[in-house]
Design a protein around this ligand. Sequence first.
Ligand SMILES: Nc1nc2c(ncn2[C@@H]2O[C@H](COP(=O)(O)OP(=O)(O)OP(=O)(O)O)[C@@H](O)[C@H]2O)c(=O)[nH]1
Ligand SMILES: [Mg+2]
Length: 318
Amino acid sequence: MMDHSLLEKKIKEKDIVALSKAITMNESSIIEDNIVIDRIIANNTHALDQSIVISISGIPGVGKSSFINVLGEFLHRKNLSIAVFSIDPSSELSQGSILGDKTRMTELSRLDHVFIRPSPSSNRLGGVGINTHNNIELAKIAGYDIILIESVGVGQSETVVKQLSDIFLLLTMPSSGDELQGIKKGIMEMADFFIIHKADGALKIAAEQSQKDIEAALHMTRTEDLENRIFRFSSVEKIGLETIWDALKNYAAALKKENKLIPRRRQQRAYWAEESYKNIILSHFIAKHKLEFDQLNAKILNGSYVKLDEILALVTND
Ligand SMILES: Nc1nc2c(ncn2[C@@H]2O[C@H](COP(=O)(O)OP(=O)(O)OP(=O)(O)O)[C@@H](O)[C@H]2O)c(=O)[nH]1
Ligand SMILES: [Mg+2]
């Protein structure tokens, strides 16, 4: 086993093997491993505010991996260091499309110093986020300039992704008609940027219409200035990436300038800390009262109805 201070040192040297190992330890079900990682993060809180975290969400097949591949390559050419995480908060069963992502990020994964990590969606604590947040903190300690998160965008999971990122980018597909392909209102309200993706070939015209539809929908619900927030793009044609990147960069710079970035990240840390201790308390409590819970279960299995009163009594008498 690697010495902890050595592991920490190697992470800070952007050693990809060390970072992978640390992430594995963070996701481990062995609490001692988690504690080591927690200490490494605690030792390096000064390094946590340097990177920009951008999440890319959208329905399956919208082209998130393809877009990340193109954007990542572009940023790499600008000498920015890139880490990519892939998460699927919508499903606890799925482990993410690991193979799919690797194949769709071929160019990116071939470049030196690019870190690509598919993140398992389920873990000991029974949810996405807690580990994922720490994984991202580790990538920040490693000093990656830009951290990209691919996440399947379905419903409630977006809240979780929002709690992980500085900038939330929603990919949509050109659609005919006004249904906006069932994009949930909540997601529309949450996204900082909209990209109508696959705006190429036969879909080019539909993309223009989609842009108008999205603009109209946003004007109804959002009060802030949405100029330079809605783009059309094709990861095949790759035209106009500079404009999109400028907009993202300026947005991040404005957040910093208006002193919004650090409070937002602190709020996110508070959110994840709360998730974390809630889970710890829950597992601890259930383990402590295993016998009583087993008895309640046995009663139900024997055909009795266990009243809420009994459960409340168990909890409040602790
Ligand atoms: N025409 C066109 N096709 C694209 C574009 N980007 C991606 N595709 C295709 O769309 C399909 C899905 O692309 P992915 O990048 O895997 O999409 P994804 O959103 O990451 O999919 P999941 O990870 O499965 O949710 C692939 O067949 C791509 O080749 C684009 O800009 N234009
Ligand atoms: Mg993908």
